[in-house]
Write a protein that binds this ligand. Structure first.
Ligand code: BJW
Ligand code: ZN
Length: 246
């Protein structure tokens, strides 16, 4: 395997999923041992079951906060951060990083900008959409559903559940970045969750070279990818992104 000819490209877009954090000890969602295998998780992850699922949602996220805090970024996160910083310094073009992960590990690896499509496990917000409470950074583990200090409604983790729309700003950023990129790299994602599942198709339609780095082939296959590197992101990315020392 040789590094990608990164200097041939001006605008690079990266999309990451749970597979980039696998080497940090955080489980993926799907596949053997994945979070999805746990009983009831599909019900908890669906916004249509709120507010009844809030106690379970907090139990789940209190545990996931602790696991993510105990974990550290791996060489996949480091290689991406390294690329972003190199590009920032020499003005070669743009590198825009979108992640579906909520674990904060890209930030802890030093990525200067991370667009969190599915929110953050470390942000808490009010369940009442018109409440004045500003979502806040929160590492707490809760044993009972906490109440909003502004309006008394229940609080919830600021993550995007099934049936909820992604933040408008993130979607706009994605629309622009995907239409103007000339290299698109998806890493560690099963590619089944929308709207991120469509990113490769949009980038390909815009004329970008599209690359998948994943442990296994997508199922069903996504014909939008020009090439695939099958294996561990933490081993492949330092080579592909040409930062072997990370
Ligand atoms: C490695 C590795 C290593 C391992 N190296 N690789 C029908 C058709 C189309 C769309 C829909 C539909 N019905 C409903 C929808 C919409 C729905 C959706 O997509 N559903 C599909 C499942 C069908 N999407 C939504 O609801 C989204 N909102 C939306 O679309 O709004 C508009 C709308 C609303 C309503 C109806 C229609 C439209 C919101 C999606 C929110 C997703 N939220 C979650 C978190 C839930 C809470 C929680 O538990 O945290 O986000 S779900 C979960 O999946 C999480 C992830 O970010 C997301 C993506 O998973 P990811 O990252 O791809 O992980 P995995 O585990 O799936 O894959 C990991 C991969 O890594 C594997 O392939 C491994 O092989 C690999 N790997 N180790 C490299 N070392
Ligand atoms: Zn409130």
């Amino acid at each position: 395997m040789t590094p990608l000819p990164l200097h041939d490209y001006r605008n690079i877009v990266l999309l990451t999923g749970a597979g980039v954090s696998a080497a940090s000890g955080l489980g993926t969602y799907r596949g053997p041992g994945g979070l999805w295998e746990q009983a009831d998780i599909a019900r908890i992850a669906d916004a249509r079951n709120l507010p009844g699922t809030l106690p379970d949602l907090w139990r789940l996220y209190s545990g996931r906060r602790q696991k993510a805090l105990d974990a550290g970024p791996n060489t996949a996160h480091a290689a991406i951060a390294n690329l972003q910083k190199r590009w920032e310094q020499d003005g070669s073009g743009t590198v825009t990083l979108f992640t579906q992960n909520v674990d904060g590990l890209h930030q802890r690896a030093g990525s200067p900008e991370v667009i969190e499509l599915h929110g953050s496990a470390f942000m808490t917000r009010c369940t009442r959409d018109d409440c004045s409470l500003v979502p806040f950074r929160d590492e707490s583990a809760y044993e009972a559903v906490p109440a909003c200090p502004e309006c008394g409604s229940p609080l919830r983790p600021a993550v995007v559940l099934f049936g909820e729309t992604l933040a408008e700003a993130a979607l706009e950023r994605a629309g622009h970045a995907l239409q103007t990129c000339d290299l698109f790299i998806a890493v560690g994602t099963s590619g089944v969750v929308w709207p991120a599942a469509r990113f490769a198709a949009i980038a390909s339609h815009s004329g970008a070279r599209t690359v998948l780095v994943n442990l296994e082939k997508m199922n069903p296959p996504d014909p939008s990818f020009d090439e695939e590197y099958l294996g561990r992101a933490e081993e492949i990315l330092p080579v592909l992104l040409d930062c072997p020392g990370v």
